[in-house]
Design a protein around this ligand. Structure first.
Ligand code: SF4
Length: 460
């Protein structure tokens, strides 16, 4: 059993580019590592390059240079980034590095001195300058019309929508604020314009992401901007309400349980936003949370969850947790297990604590031995799997809407409103599915369930 199953690690998922270039076009390859936020950065870089006349190569051989968008969140992600850079150097030779690990250029050039340039996270202009220097752009602008929705790495029917960058918190295990800076929210009308364009171009599901979605607009003092004849505040409640007007599914990720989250729940009950909250609780024991320096550490989360469910019983809750955090006692861990029993979360990911270079938690006393971390992780997963299995079994016989992600000969892979792409489960339709297409939203009746996935048949 691996300690952190890949299906729970969107931060380690690799993205593939599928556009092809025409003959003679200057062409760039992209390897996008890291979390959905990094994927949005990759999409933005590719959109700009495409607009400037570059082709996008799906492989190393067809590219004049390769951009590696790196992740530096955990030491294991750093190692994977270095490995990807090494592979790109070996296969292509002309490599530009960007992303979170780019905040530590010497770390990269120390191992790979031949990389052509290193830029940090969201330094789009610098990445483009580096590309121009390595591979000059195509001088024929008529050949290079940019697709209206930009170049997207995610499937066409869903899109991540980044509403802010950076974070004002200082969780001790996290170096994101050092790498990405303090919270910087996009103005509400800019987010809405992007969302509207995505939906016009066929996107059926918007995945709202940031480091701290509930804090959206705090840095802008929740300023207002005109949008469609009315003023919209840069506040998550207002933004979510407006996003709900486009008719696409809207899914909120990385929401912290601040009191105003309660205002989002009626939007879910009214069907404007999916009844789904991705809240990284990380732990349940107040002392552990305090040692982590987590935001909203003092929140009475079980009471909050009960209040949310009273307003919207359909609500799906997903979360991630860290076990084996420095100083975590057996009693603290058991509090977490008991909390899980009470909270009955639908979807849960669990990480074993690891030191990350530069994180303040490295210096905490009483690090937990690896075998204890592993043992706690197994106990945690056993409990969360049992909860997930029971929750999914209760769905057998129900009718629900699903979105189709992929259609193959043997089955169509879909998701219910309770499943985010890449991190949650699937619903499979293995009969009468040939006429379905990715992005279709259809009704199914669930006829089978496992620990994480469902099977169903189409209701006509
Ligand atoms: S809230 Fe904590 S874990 Fe999340 S990005 Fe900010 S500092 Fe890191």
């Amino acid at each position: 059993m691996s300690s952190n199953p890949p299906n729970l690690r969107p931060d380690l998922a690799r993205a593939q580019v599928t556009q092809t270039a025409r003959p003679g076009q200057p062409t760039i390859g992209m390897v996008s590592l890291g979390c959905p936020k990094a994927l949005v950065d990759s999409e933005r870089i590719l959109t700009r390059l495409r607009a400037e006349g570059y082709g996008i190569s799906p492989d190393y051989a067809g590219a004049d240079a390769v951009i590696v968008n790196t992740c530096g969140f955990l030491d294991s992600a750093k190692a994977e980034s270095l490995e990807a850079i090494g592979e790109a150097l070996k296969e292509n030779g002309k490599v530009l590095v960007t992303g979170c690990l780019g905040a530590e250029p010497e770390y990269i050039t120390g191992v790979h001195p031949k990389v052509l340039a290193v830029t940090g996270p969201h330094q789009y202009e610098q990445v483009l300058d580096a590309v121009h220097a390595a591979v000059p752009p195509d001088p024929h602008p008529f050949m290079n019309l940019m697709p209206a929705s930009g170049v997207k790495l995610t499937p066409r029917h869903y899109s991540y929508l980044k509403i802010s960058e950076g974070c004002n918190h200082k969780c001790k295990f996290c170096i994101i604020p050092d790498m990405r800076g303090r919270l910087a929210s996009r103005p509400a009308h800019a987010v809405l314009r992007e969302a509207e364009k995505l939906v016009e171009n066929g996107v059926k599901e918007l995945l709202v992401i940031s480091q701290d979605t509930s804090a959206y607009g705090v840095d802008r003092k929740h300023d207002s901007h005109p949008w469609k004849g009315r003023e919209v505040r840069s506040h998550i409640t207002d933004l979510a309400r407006e996003l709900g007007q486009f008719g696409a599914w809207v899914r909120l990720h990385y929401v912290y349980p601040y009191p105003h989250v309660r205002d989002l729940i009626p939007l879910m009950a009214d069907g404007l936003v999916l009844p789904y909250l991705d809240i990284p609780f990380q732990h349940a024991h107040p002392d552990t949370l305090k040692r982590m320096a987590r935001p909203a550490a003092a929140a009475r989360t079980l009471d909050e969850i009960a209040a949310w469910r009273a307003i919207c019983p359909e609500l799906t809750l997903r979360s991630t947790f860290i076990v084996g955090y420095p100083g975590e006692t057996e009693a603290e861990f058991e509090t977490l297990l008991d909390w899980l029993d009470e909270a009955q979360l639908d979807r849960v990911g669990c990480f074993q604590y690891e030191n990350v270079d530069g994180a303040r938690s490295n210096d905490l006393p009483d690090h937990v031995p690896d075998e204890v971390k592993q043992e706690r992780w197994e106990r945690f997963m056993e409990k969360s799997q049992a909860i997930s299995e029971a929750k999914l079994a209760a769905k057998v016989g129900q009718r629900m809407e699903v979105i189709v992600d992929l259609v193959e000969d043997d089955a169509a892979t879909c998701r219910t409103r309770a499943d985010a792409p890449e991190i949650d489960g699937n619903l499979f339709i293995d009969e009468d599915h040939a006429a379905l297409s990715p992005g279709d939203i259809v009704t199914v009746e669930v006829d089978e369930a496992s620990e994480y996935d469902l099977w169903g048949r189409l209701v006509r």
